[in-house]
Design a protein around this ligand. Structure first.
Ligand SMILES: Nc1ncnc2c1ncn2[C@@H]1O[C@H](COP(=O)(O)OP(=O)(O)O)[C@@H](O)[C@H]1O
Ligand SMILES: [Mg+2]
Length: 355
C-alpha cells in the first residue's frame, strides 16, 4: 500500500530534554493507525509535528509525497480533532462547522452543502441550528469530527478525541469512528494511551515509549508477538519472567527457575543482554492431578477469583514470582488456595523477547 505520511528520523526537544528521539513511521493511505503509549511519551508532540503546529529539530515529514517542513498548518492536507472540542459557544453548530470554510473564502452555497454533508456523516443532520451547549458530550465530539471532515483532509489527526467521555459512550464512539473511517477511506492517525481502545479501533498500532516507537504492527500481532518487554507489559496482561537462553546447535535452550521450558524466539535480532519470556494468562494451564506435560513449573495456589466465565488463578512459584492463569470455568473447581500445582503452556505461547 502507498504511504501517505512518512516520518523519517524525526527528533524534537523542549529545553534540554529530547522528547521525540529519532522516530520513523510510514502511514499507509486509507489506514487507521494508532499511536499508543503512556502519558508523556511524546504522542501529542509527534501529532503536532504532522499537523505543522511544531517543527522537528531534525528529520523530515512527508505528506502525500511532499516534504512539509516550513509549511504552515492551514496549508497541509490534514485536520486535527482535539480532546477539548473547542467549539465556539456563541455560534450554532452550522456556523462552527462552516467557520474554516468561511475563512478560506469558500462560496456560501458550497459552504452550506459541505456543512450539511459533514453533519450527515456524523448523524447530526437535524442539529445544525443548535448551540453547542444544547448538545451532549458525545454529540459535541461528533461536531468536532464534522468540523475537521468538512475540509476534506487527506489525513485526519485525532488526539485522544474520546478522553472526556464516559466509558460506555467512549466505546460506542470508538465503533462509530471506525465505521466512519472505513466508509470515507480517509487516513486516520489516532492518539491514545488506552491500550484497549487501540486494539479495538486500529488497523495498525505504533507503540511509543519515552520518545521511541518500540513496535508497529496489527493489533493481533502486537498482542501475540510483542517485540519488547515494554510492549508485552503495556498491552494486555502478561506473565513476564527473565530467562536464561543457551545455544544448543541451531536451537536454543530456555531456562526459567532452573527448569527447561518452551518458548519461541521469533527474531534473534530482538534479543538483548537480558532476555524475557512473556506468557499471556489465558495461555497458562494448571495441570490436573496425574496429567503429564513436556515441561511445567511447580507452585502453590495463592488465590482464585471468578471473573465472569473465567477463573483467575494466581500461583506462587518457588522464588516468589507469580504466574497468573485465566481459565474457563466449566463448573468443577480445579484447585483450592494452598494446593500444590503444576503450571504449563504451549511452546508457541511462550514469547521470547529482549529488553
Ligand atoms: N511546548 C512544550 N514545552 C515544553 N515541554 C513540552 C511541550 N510540549 C510537550 N512538552 C513535554 O514533552 C513531553 C511529551 O509530551 P506529549 O507529547 O504531550 O506527550 P503525550 O501526548 O504522549 O502525553 C512531556 O514531558 C511534556 O511536558
Ligand atoms: Mg497527549
Amino acid at each position: 500500500m502507498e504511504t501517505i505520511v512518512k516520518i523519517q528520523q524525526v527528533e524534537k526537544g523542549f529545553g534540554n530534554e529530547l522528547i521525540v528521539k529519532g522516530i520513523n513511521l510510514d502511514v499507509k493511505r486509507g489506514e487507521f493507525l494508532t499511536m499508543l503509549g503512556p502519558s508523556g511519551c511524546g504522542k501529542t508532540t509527534t501529532l503536532r509535528m504532522i499537523a505543522g503546529f511544531e517543527e522537528p529539530d531534525s528529520g523530515e515529514i512527508w505528506i502525500d509525497g511532499k516534504p512539509v517542513s516550513g509549511i504552515p498548518p492551514y496549508k497541509r492536507d490534514v485536520n486535527t480533532v482535539f480532546q477539548s472540542y473547542a467549539l465556539f459557544p456563541h455560534m450554532t453548530i452550522n456556523e462552527n462547522i462552516a467557520y474554516g470554510l468561511k475563512m478560506k473564502g469558500v462560496p456560501k452555497t458550497e459552504q452550506v452543502a459541505r456543512v450539511k454533508e459533514a453533519l450527515r456523516l456524523v448523524q447530526l443532520e437535524s442539529f445544525g441550528d443548535r448551540k453547542p451547549r444544547q448538545l451532549s458530550g458525545g454529540q459535541q465530539q461528533r461536531v468536532a469530527v464534522a468540523r475537521a471532515l468538512v475540509n476534506n483532509p487527506k489525513v485526519l489527526l485525532l488526539d485522544e478525541p474520546l478522553g472526556a467521555l464516559d466509558l460506555k459512550l467512549r466505546k460506542q464512539m470508538q465503533i462509530e469512528l471506525k465505521h466512519l473511517q472505513q466508509k470515507l477511506e480517509i487516513t486516520f492517525i489516532y492518539v491514545t494511551h488506552d491500550q484497549e481502545e487501540a486494539l479495538t479501533i486500529s488497523d495498525r498500532i505504533a507503540v511509543m515509549n519515552k520518545g521511541v516507537i518500540e513496535q508497529v504492527a496489527a493489533p493481533k500481532e502486537i498482542y501475540e508477538n510483542p517485540s519488547t518487554k515494554f510492549v508485552a507489559d503495556f498491552i494486555g496482561d502478561t506473565n513476564l519472567f527473565e530467562i536464561k537462553v543457551s545455544p544448543n546447535g541451531d536451537d536454543s535452550v530456555l531456562e526459567l527457575l532452573g527448569t527447561k521450558v518452551g518458548g519461541k524466539i521469533r527474531d534473534r535480532k530482538l534479543l538483548t543482554e537480558r532476555t524475557y519470556l512473556s506468557i499471556r494468562p489465558e495461555r497458562v494451564r494448571v495441570l490436573n492431578q496425574g496429567e503429564d506435560a513436556p515441561y511445567y513449573l511447580s507452585g502453590t495456589v495463592e488465590e482464585l477469583i471468578y471473573v465472569g466465565s473465567f477463573i483467575r488463578t494466581v500461583v506462587t512459584l518457588p522464588q516468589g514470582q507469580k504466574m497468573v492463569a485465566m481459565m474457563q470455568s466449566n463448573g468443577d473447581q480445579p484447585c483450592q488456595p494452598g494446593d500444590r500445582v503444576r503450571v504449563t503452556w504451549k511452546e508457541e505461547d511462550g514469547v521470547v523477547i529482549g529488553q
